[in-house]
Design a protein around this ligand. Structure first.
Ligand code: ADP
Ligand code: MG
Ligand code: MG
Length: 546
């Protein structure tokens, strides 16, 4: 074996070992004890300023933020008046994520406990109409059976419990966590593993947050390269959009910080590699996916696109290479560096952006366009997953961009035998050259697209809840990335000087912990539980005593 090969083997085994240790309890053993010890709640007297600056809207503080929600619930569980409501809230969540076959029984129990006025734990704050609707409907296993109930429950808690919560020790504990969350982040907190891929401005490495043991991907953007190639705008757009979106179908950003040389985006690690790698490199003699697999990925991509479009974001760079697999085989959209946000009140934009062979005709013609360009790229992506070639070039053919553009504008697509008629129809509806006739995002949703016959056997509710078993599960011992020596090095950048204005930009970019993912990490690695200690029954812990 040559040295390059050996380097990959060594790097792979370190990476696979770190990755494997993170399921469940083993994570704690992989932690760096010194760094873990630095995660400490401050004394409450250090948190005074947060009382006025922390977002205390109910939905953000008590529902969306994972630590906020847990502390709010601990408060509710200790108050006689809110015990039933807290219990019902938990059971509603459990119901929504449980399997269909278990739902009728769960619903029956909930009805008996909370919806029957003879029950001790009857939830009298629910409106009669909502109660009777649930009582009538609960034999069906509809995922949204308790949707109306949940809305009324949350409204009740906001009106009746929020203010008292703000006066409780649990709220002070929340402030302590917000203080910890607000501390600055440096590279010292992360341990780098092997390179996973190469981007335009730097490498993406596997990394581990030392204090919790959680694995992430660290996308590095070289400061000098960014400046030389006018990459600031794209970098800040990518960061801003990632902070804004929260979807299981889009990679999540957990940290943004800087080192001397790089800006770093620390994101969900997608150990299964990208779809391009799976289409072409996993089984080179037999490239491409069967329809079941392509259908599953296409459906998950649609959920990601729908979320982006609901947030007024046009993605513009959908292609197999930018869709990544996680350990379980679910996919997420990544690489939002070319995305753009439509300002409120503006429904189209202009500008050349994307990858040759994927871009929609209206964009290539320099016309104004909207979200519909992303459904054209979706059609190209689906086609490529099955045909193992792009729709506008033959396999292995080298064509100039100009010719690819000409074909996209003028030529019909031809379909190999392997396409089912439904799949072909869907590809045609997506690669429709006229954006007005193209299938896609209408009335703020993708209903029409989801109803296409190609998806007739797909349960969208279960897919959206992450409950469907993926058709392919990556091998946990495998590394779905090129050998290190094949990733390719960057040339050094000369003649770029960084000044105060650049530093201002880097500071703006490096906002540190992103609240929701940071809180999730603390909860799921057990650190939240360890830090959230309470004194003996009824006594106030020292760190909360003024
Ligand atoms: P660029 O914007 O410069 O194209 P990308 O975000 O596409 O950079 O990242 C480059 C490559 O790094 C990807 O093609 C992929 O192979 C790998 N990569 C990126 N993000 C992740 C991630 N979250 N998990 C695993 N690998 C990743
Ligand atoms: Mg990319
Ligand atoms: Mg990019």
């Amino acid at each position: 074996m040559d040295i390059g090969g050996l380097e990959t083997v060594v790097a792979n085994s370190a990476y696979v070992a770190a990755r494997g240790s993170v399921d469940g309890n083993a994570a704690a053993t992989m932690r760096d004890k010194k760094m873990r010890a630095k995660l400490k709640l401050p004394h409450i007297t250090q948190c005074g300023h947060l009382k006025d600056t922390v977002d205390q809207t109910f939905d953000s503080m008590c529902v969306k933020q994972p630590i906020g929600k847990r502390l709010f619930r601990q408060y509710l569980e200790g108050e006689e008046a809110f015990k039933s409501a807290a219990d019902l809230w938990k059971k509603i969540e459990d119901y929504a994520t449980s399997e269909e076959k278990d739902r009728p029984q769960k619903a029956q129990k909930m009805v008996n406990k909370f919806f029957d006025s003879a029950s001790k734990t009857f939830c009298s704050f629910l409106e009669e109409k909502a109660v009777s609707r649930v009582r009538e409907d609960h034999k069906h296993s509809r995922g949204d059976l308790f949707k109306e109930t949940e809305q009324q429950l949350l409204k009740h808690l906001e009106e009746k419990a929020l203010e008292a919560y703000r006066g409780s020790l649990f709220f002070l504990r929340f402030l302590q966590f917000k203080w910890l969350e607000g501390q600055s982040v440096t590279e010292e907190w992360f341990m780098d593993f092997r390179v996973l891929g190469k981007g335009g401005f730097g490498e993406v490495h596997a990394c581990q947050m030392k204090a919790t043991g959680k694995m992430y991907a660290n996308k590095k953007l070289n400061k000098k390269r960014l400046k030389k190639r006018n990459g600031y705008e794209g970098a800040i757009v990518e960061k801003r959009i990632l902070v804004k979106v929260h979807s299981r179908f889009i990679v999540t950003l957990a940290y943004a910080f800087q080192t001397k040389l790089d800006l770093c985006l620390v994101m969900t690690i997608m150990n299964g590699g990208d779809l391009r790698f799976h289409v072409y490199n996993v089984d080179e003699k037999n490239p491409g996916f069967g329809e079941d697999r392509a259908c599953f990925y296409t459906a998950q991509i649609i959920c990601g696109l729908e979320h982006l479009h609901q947030h007024r974001i046009i993605y513009r760079d959908l292609k197999p290479e930018n869709v990544l697999l996680d350990d379980a085989g679910h996919v997420r959209i990544s690489d939002l560096g070319l995305a753009t946000e439509l300002p409120e009140g503006q429904d189209k934009t202009k500008g050349y952006a994307g990858t040759p062979g994927f871009m929609a005709p209206e964009l290539l013609k320099n016309e104004a366009y909207d979200y519909s360009v992303d459904y054209f790229t979706l059609g190209v992506t689906l086609y490529e997953m099955i045909a193992a070639k792009g729709p506008f070039r033959s396999r292995g053919e080298k064509v100039e961009n100009k010719e690819v553009t000409r074909r996209i504008l003028n030529d019909p697509v031809s379909y190999p035998e392997t396409f089912s008629s439904d799949c072909k129809l869907l590809c045609e509806a997506l690669m429709e050259k006229d954006p007005a006739k193209r299938l896609g995002f209408k009335n703020n949703q993708c209903v029409e697209l989801k109803d296409h016959p190609y998806f007739k056997t797909l349960n969208w509710g279960r897919l959206e809840a992450g409950l469907m078993d993926p058709p392919f599960v990556p091998d946990p011992k495998m590394v779905y990335a090129k050998d290190i020596s094949d990733v390719g090095a960057f040339s050094t950048i000369k003649g770029v000087v960084l000044d105060d204005k650049d530093k201002e930009f880097y500071k703006d970019f490096s906002s540190g912990n992103i609240p929701i993912p940071w809180q999730e990490e603390m909860v799921e690695t057990g650190v939240f539980g360890e830090l959230n200690a309470w004194g003996a029954k009824g006594s106030t812990p020292n760190d909360l005593r003024y």
